[in-house]
Design a protein around this ligand. Structure first.
Ligand code: FES
Length: 192
């Protein structure tokens, strides 16, 4: 897993296990589906919330829980951008930069976030390690461009003011729920 150079050990959590409370949540997840393996995504999500990212140890633990080989768990985790396969900021800000978002100011959104969070251009992290900024491909919310995804939340029709509110929410530990897009809130200065 990861892209670490030869001789440099990949970061890992070491041995991990679920708490009794986690096991209750996992049982609840399994009861929602006719087959255990159908609960893989929510179990992976629970693992990421608990350990912050999906290291080899975490993937192995999820595999044992699901009765699946780690390679199958990793294949699914790798398919979804919301799952983090390396240590990263608590909040990964994934800004779409595909056509609709690009035309409606995705570059300005990225620049605004870079400046406001003092993002390191090489690592994409903020100095406090709380945020990581990424450019991603279309997230299927083109009609509400420009947009970004943070965990399971979509933030659409972004403006500097909205970004300020969203970041304040994260910093206070109370992320804002996904807001409803409102077409008349489009106030970003478009590229001429
Ligand atoms: S182009 Fe950005 S969500 Fe589709």
């Amino acid at each position: 897993m990861g892209s670490h150079s030869k001789g440099v050990p990949a970061p890992d959590h070491g041995p991990v296990d679920w708490s009794a409370e986690d096991k209750v949540k996992i049982e609840e997840i399994f009861q929602r589906y006719p087959e255990r393996r159908a609960g893989l995504l929510p179990v992976l999500w629970l693992a990421q919330q608990k350990w912050g990212w999906l290291s080899e140890s975490v993937i192995r633990r999820v595999g044992l829980t699901m009765g699946l080989p780690p390679s199958d768990v990793l294949a699914v985790a790798s398919f979804y951008t919301m799952f983090k396969k390396e240590p990263t900021g608590r909040y990964v800000l994934q800004v779409c930069h595909t056509l609709s978002c690009a035309l409606r100011g995705a570059d300005q959104i990225v620049s605004y976030l870079e400046g406001k969070l003092q993002i390191d251009p090489h690592t994409g992290h903020s100095p406090d390690g709380m945020f990581k900024l990424e450019r991603v491909e279309c997230l299927a919310s083109c009609g509400s461009a420009p947009m970004m995804q943070v965990d399971e939340h979509f933030y659409e029709l972004l403006t500097p003011q909205k970004i300020d509110e969203i970041l304040d929410g994260f910093k206070s530990g109370r992320p804002l729920p996904t807001p409803r897009p409102e077409a008349d809130q489009w106030t970003w200065n478009r590229v001429s």
